[in-house]
Design a protein around this ligand. Structure first.
Ligand SMILES: CC(C)(COP(=O)(O)OP(=O)(O)OC[C@H]1O[C@@H](n2cnc3c(N)ncnc32)[C@H](O)[C@@H]1OP(=O)(O)O)[C@@H](O)C(=O)NCCC(=O)NCCS
Length: 295
């Protein structure tokens, strides 16, 4: 074994076996100092406004409960699974990172931990995270996706984001809805272009098939518009993205994953990078059976 191989093997051993033990000791020590009896059990504190904050470490969850059988889709060093309570903090910070938001300024504008908890309570099968599966940070979410069900088809007039989802806790979710609606998706900048977004899409295509839904639609935000804002208005930019003349980092990526791009949706959501606009994207489930069983 060369020196380089020996170093790599020592590093791998340190990350895979020594690090988890160090983490476990640190968590138990911190819990002891805080007077917490069960260091690996999650607990919530409820604020005066009734919103819950989860006090729990994803590291702790990882060490105690991670089960390969919960993995929907495995990628190198990352696993896609349904969002659990202990992922809420990292899911929220993933959104902040992906949209370059500051936590202090984003309250009420995007999902908070309490909202993610509500999504899990409302429609657990529609919530997804991509978590790291090795090294320090194992168990933490680096990608996330939020979906709901609706009876409103993509041919109906398209509502703004907040109208479509009802409120930040997905009040508009209809448990028997025959369409999946994409409410959010984000991958941290550092983890992009590694197939994580594609993995989150594949997990949701599988969900649409297993629930025997008619399909899935969303409004993909035109996140690349900012660079063209001096030359084109946002509708023109969106139409050129739909025609394949301009590549948009979000909408073109979605088109490349199998969605058909239908039309530009101006004023969909407050997002300066996208000129507040998106494109209606639709995926028709090829396996849909009229009157068939929902899995
Ligand atoms: C849109 C978004 C979720 C995509 O996530 P991602 O993890 O980068 O997606 P992927 O890595 O699966 O795919 C992105 C591109 O990288 C490519 N790619 C994937 N793995 C790769 C690899 N190992 N090496 C090089 N390129 C790779 C993919 O092929 C794809 O390019 P293509 O569309 O030309 O085929 C992410 O950019 C994001 O969070 N954006 C900001 C928030 C946002 O726009 N959310 C959606 C709102 S509707």
């Amino acid at each position: 074994m060369s020196k380089r191989e020996a170093d790599q093997s020592a590093l791998k051993k340190a990350l895979d076996s020594d690090w988890p033990q160090i983490q476990k000791r640190l968590i138990e020590k911190a819990a002891e100092e805080a007077g917490q009896a069960k260091p690996h059990e999650p607990y919530w504190t409820t604020g005066e406004d009734g919103r819950r904050t989860l006090n729990y470490s994803p590291d702790s969850w990882w060490l105690q409960h991670f089960d390969e059988r919960d993995v929907l889709l495995g990628l190198p060093g990352v696993a896609v699974m349904h969002t659990q309570h202990w992922h809420t903090g990292a899911a929220v910070s993933t959104i902040h990172d992906a949209y370059n938001m500051r936590r202090a300024t984003s309250a009420g504008e995007c999902f908070a931990e309490d909202d993610i908890l509500a999504h899990i309570e409302r429609f657990a099968r529609g919530q997804f995270v991509a978590i790291r599966t090795s090294g320090p940070g194992a168990g933490h979410a680096v990608g996330m996706a939020t979906t709901m069900r609706t009876t409103r088809p993509p041919t109906a007039p398209i509502l703004s984001w907040i109208e479509a989802i009802g409120d930040l806790q997905l009040a508009a979710h209809e448990p028997a809805g025959d369409w999946l609606y994409g409410a959010e998706m984000a991958v941290r900048h550092m983890y992009r272009r590694k197939g994580i977004g594609t993995g989150l899409y594949r997990a949701r295509f599988d969900l649409v098939r297993s629930l025997n839904l008619r399909g899935w639609y969303a409004v993909g935000m035109l996140m690349g518009y900012k660079a063209h804002a001096g030359a084109l208005d946002v509708v023109e930019y969106g139409e050129r993205v739909i025609a394949g003349e301009i590549a948009d980092p979000t909408v073109t990526m979605q088109m490349n994953r199998g969605f058909r791009a239908v039309s530009v949706v101006p004023d969909y959501d407050d997002e300066p990078q996208a000129g507040d606009a998106g494109v209606l994207i639709v995926w028709d489930n090829p396996d849909y059976v009229e009157g068939g069983e929902s899995g």
